[in-house]
Design a protein around this ligand. Structure first.
Ligand code: DAT
Length: 173
């Protein structure tokens, strides 16, 4: 069944700006901001709390079950720091946000991340882990890498994604 509205994944290392982008985009497009973090918490799609990492241990099967009906209808902006778990058939665009390490360091320090988690996330950003994951999981023409170091870039990104959304609607109407 084809969707009348597209599904977009906004992914990237924690602190890169996923939530900020999704909120702006949801306002501008009317698409729904689906915060996977919130779903994991509210629908208890986890196997407990990891003290060392200060994060939930996600049960991916449970998570997919929890969002499947909603996502299949279309019109979702999925906000999550992983993307390889979502079936290809669900997704129309994958945006991988990127940030310079020094900027990310400041953002994660501000969030008071534990040292281990801070370092692992910085490494992950430097090693382009999420970009690679997106490229390995989806067709290359739907994966877009965008910089998110400052407010200007965020505005440009949101404009660009909004333009893509309008075009998608035209092509699929
Ligand atoms: P994420 O959801 O990826 O963890 P966020 O949207 O919560 O990231 O952003 C983390 C912090 O960084 C938050 O204080 C907003 C700020 N931020 C994110 N992207 C930004 C950008 N492009 N320009 C300026 N500030 C940004």
């Amino acid at each position: 069944m084809s969707r009348t509205l597209p599904n977009i994944i906004i992914t990237g290392t924690p602190g890169v700006g996923k939530t900020s982008h999704c909120e702006l985009l949801a306002e501008r497009t009317g698409l729904k901001h689906l915060s996977v973090n919130d779903v994991v918490k509210s629908k208890e799609c986890h196997e407990g709390w990891d003290e060392e990492y200060q994060s939930w241990i996600v049960d991916e099967d449970k998570l997919l079950d929890a969002i499947e009906d909603e996502v299949k209808q279309g019109g979702c902006i999925i906000d999550w720091h992983a993307c390889d778990l979502f079936p290809k058939s669900w997704i129309d665009l994958v945006v991988v946000l990127r940030v310079e390490s020094s900027v990310l360091y400041d953002r994660l320090t501000e969030r008071k991340y534990p040292e281990l988690k801070l370092q692992e996330n910085l490494d992950s950003e430097i090693m382009e882990v999420l970009l690679q994951e997106a490229r390995d999981s989806y067709d290359e023409e739907i994966v877009v890498e965008l910089q998110s170091n400052n407010a200007e870039q965020m505005d440009e990104n949101v404009d660009r994604i909004e333009a893509w959304f309008k075009q998608w609607k035209e092509n699929n109407s």
